[in-house]
Design a protein around this ligand. Sequence first.
Ligand SMILES: [Zn+2]
Ligand SMILES: [Zn+2]
Length: 403
Amino acid sequence: MTYTTRTFVKMRTILCILILFMPVSVWLQTMQIGVLRNQKTTKIEIKVVRGSYKVIGDDFTAAELEAGQSIVLETNTKNRVRTTMKGQVLGNFNKVIIRGTLKGDILELKSISPSAKVCEYHGDLVVTNPLSDLKLINHVSMEHYLSGVVECEGGTGHTETYYMVQAIMSRTYALKYIDKHKNDGFQLCDQVHCQAYHHRQMRTPLINQAVTQTDGMVMVDEKNRLIDAFFYANCGGETCDASHVWNTSIPYLKPFKDTFCIKTAQARWSKKIPKQDWVNFLVNNYDYPIYDSVYREKIFHFVQENRLAFFHGPELGIPLRDIRHEFKLKSTFFSCYEHEDHVILEGFGYGHGVGLCQEGAMEMARRGYHFTQILRYYFPGIIIRVLEKSDYFQHVEKSPEDF
Ligand SMILES: [Zn+2]
Ligand SMILES: [Zn+2]
């Protein structure tokens, strides 16, 4: 063999190994999302809304469903899924796959135990009973997943540009954290722990357009790594350094003054807390030096003109994020003063403040900024790349040995 032929054969072998070990879902660009993860579902009705589906119980077709037809799945004591249709038992299976025939097919999930509101999904559903409740995994195209996420995370009634911004952030997040629930047997959950995906896109068709128009677009840093595309409702006029929240500094998540959000709905808040609760929290948890007359004076008085990380300086070791968590505050960006038996907090913004400010981005979109300008404003220095579907694998930052 010549050197060139040997190299070619070697390359081909490596490529074959890569393809063999590549998760099928990434290759096919199908996401596996754990749904109804906010509850322990033990009985559920699944109805076809559009299209037709096959019900496959342990590799055999147990039934075929047309629009309007439904099956009921429930746990049984042997970790199987009891499957019934019109009261007739189809079987007790280890795994039930409800597989659609066309891409636009829609299923409706109605949890019976516990009782919950109906939600619709595109794609297929795989149901097992590994412990004592049903594990429901929605196998869904990236496009349909993102449309649902953008509607759940971004809300309705916004411009197409804003939805494009949200779609790129959500795609970047999904690919960066594609292994977040590897140990649970799926990729991402449907809760805010990953990204809210409570149903398919239902009310805002404009979102589908935004997802299609930004097809494959993600944000990467100067080393071509997918970025942490964090976002929140409103920064209150200044974004927050990532280190205030997660103790780690990230170049594209640095604080800056944001003038686009200061007149919006969530820009300001206030809260009244009994003085005793305030004192108890600070003294009992952080040994606030109440015996020192200077600090005693300051316990109800604190001013933040710019965002700070600590209450009265790092020397006391009281992170504002802990105060936010304890008193369920909308943000850490607040000042306070005393009034009778209470301490009054006057605050700005809603959310952790790191990354993109949704209300600021919405305002920029309304004023005609391009989606790339909005993303670069909130994530300075990032690069927007268009990934081919087959490129997704390269951008999950792994070598083949990791599989
Ligand atoms: Zn999650
Ligand atoms: Zn803002």
